[in-house]
Design a protein around this ligand. Structure first.
Ligand code: NCD
Ligand code: ZN
Length: 438
């Protein structure tokens, strides 16, 4: 259904940004048509009315880092099931990482992902293009072709792998500046992480797990900041995980280097004390760090040193996670649990307002990606891409009940107070009270 065919929708009693008294929001032709106590006063009968009971209204979330596994691993997630998870999580746009099989390293694949995303129609699915062929780090892809295709690819990343060769990274940044696209780096110096499965520290040592030092991430962040500076290019750091990365981002931003960064909900909430049970569900790249890292990351998100939250939603099959820790695939689900976690850690503590949360989950990621119809203010005339949050609707995470095809959530059994109760995408409700609306 296109925006022009979408029905008129009235959101009754919502509080934009959680501020002020509840108002009604009228949505017509995919845009916000009126906001106010009487926005729905003289509407005709063929209007869909959603009573929202004073819930918080936010711009729809934008995820710069999602793994949808199609093509190649449709047994663990598809564009359809991942879009459903996104809709339930309050997301109206996701960027699907390039480490599919085959990889999204050419226009045929990126355009196909884009087209399927449109057909599913639950959120914008923007394919990320690979920086190098097969994510091997050796030969640059035809970024220009992917950028010019139907998908208009605007972010390129070998995520899952680091563009480790400094000369390849330098060339990629130079081309990206010319094309006006963004390179997102999975910062991991592979020479420092051979065989690594856990954060290098006292816990890994005690548990006998091979360590992944902070320096593996930080050395690439420092290097790429300098390469971006000299190329006059922008660079984005995926899943920042260490106190040192925060310090480097501060430094680089202080030098006016065009660097941005994301942090995942799991690196904000969890630390490596979880590894005690050797449960493979906690294996992730970069690894869960120490408590002081989680605190530094939270502070950096509040202050803007880290720009935004990205889920790194990484579905894996049960047999790939329920095995020996070192054999488990790295990655954890994220789309359906991101909002409750960020709200618990930062809004419920008073460190952030709902408006701040909208900045880190919607406005900034949309700006970083150059999206013009996402992350917009809640105002008349703006596109109706919105998330509705009930701040006090406690729910317990059960992996098997998530819309994702996989169940590898590290939050199994945890209860969170805030919950996404509705998502509006291009003027149409895509989820309501934990159900996806077709
Ligand atoms: C991701 C995956 O499974 O594709 N895994 C992970 O541990 N984060 C890859 C990535 O984001 O690096
Ligand atoms: Zn990664």
């Amino acid at each position: 259904m296109t925006a022009s065919e979408s029905p008129t929708l009235l959101l009754r009693r919502v509080r934009p940004y959680g501020e002020g008294a509840p108002v009604d929001v009228l949505i017509r032709d995919g845009h916000i048509a009126a906001i106010g106590p009487d926005a729905g006063a003289d509407i005709s009968s063929d209007v869909e009315i959603q009573d929202l009971d004073g819930a918080v209204l936010l711009p729809g979330f934008v995820d710069l880092h999602t793994h949808l596994r199609e093509p190649g691993r449709e047994d663990t997630e598809t564009i359809s099931t991942g879009s459903a998870a996104a809709a339930l999580g309050g997301y109206t746009a996701v960027f699907a990482m390039a480490n599919t099989q085959p990889a999204q390293d050419n226009q045929t694949v990126t355009d196909s992902v884009w087209r399927i995303g449109r057909e599913v129609g639950l959120c914008d699915v923007h394919p990320v293009g690979a920086v190098t062929l097969g994510l091997k780090g050796e030969q640059l892809t035809e970024m220009g072709q992917m950028a010019d295709g139907a998908a208009k690819v605007r972010i390129f990343s070998d995520d899952g792998m680091c563009v480790y060769d400094p000369l390849i990274m330098r060339r990629a940044l130079e081309y990206s500046a010319g094309l006006g696209v963004l390179i997102a780096q999975h910062a991991e110096e592979p020479r420092l992480t051979r065989g690594a499965v856990a954060h290098e520290g006292p816990n890994a040592a005690r548990l006998g797990l091979t360590g992944w030092p902070r320096s593996a991430e930080e050395s690439i962040v420092a290097r790429d900041a300098i390469l971006a500076r000299d190329a006059g290019a922008r660079v984005h750091i995926c899943h920042a995980s260490t106190t040192g990365t925060v310090e480097l981002l501060k430094w680089a931003k202080g030098q006016d280097i065009s660097i941005t960064a994301e942090v995942t909900p799991h690196h904000l909430l969890l630390d490596d004390s979880r590894l005690e049970t050797y449960d493979g569900v906690y294996r992730v790249n970069p690894p869960l760090r120490e408590a002081h890292d989680t605190l530094a990351l939270r502070e950096a998100l509040v202050s803007g040193v880290i720009d935004c939250v990205a889920t790194d939603h990484a579905p894996h099959a049960a047999q790939e996670k329920c095995c020996e820790f070192a054999a488990a695939r790295p990655g954890m689900l994220g789309l359906e649990t991101a909002l409750p976690i960020v709200a618990a850690l930062l809004v419920e503590t008073g460190d952030m307002t709902w408006r701040d949360l909208a900045r880190v989950m919607s406005t900034r990621p949309a700006e970083i990606a150059g999206l013009t119809d996402q992350g917009r203010p809640i105002e008349v005339g703006e596109p109706a891409n919105l998330a509705v949050v009930d701040p006090d609707s406690p729910w317990t995470v059960i992996g098997d009940e998530l819309a994702s095809l996989s169940a590898n959530t590290p939050y199994e059994g945890m209860t969170f107070a805030a919950r996404v109760v509705g998502t509006v995408y291009r003027g149409r409700m895509t989820s309501r009270d934990g159900k996806v609306l077709a």
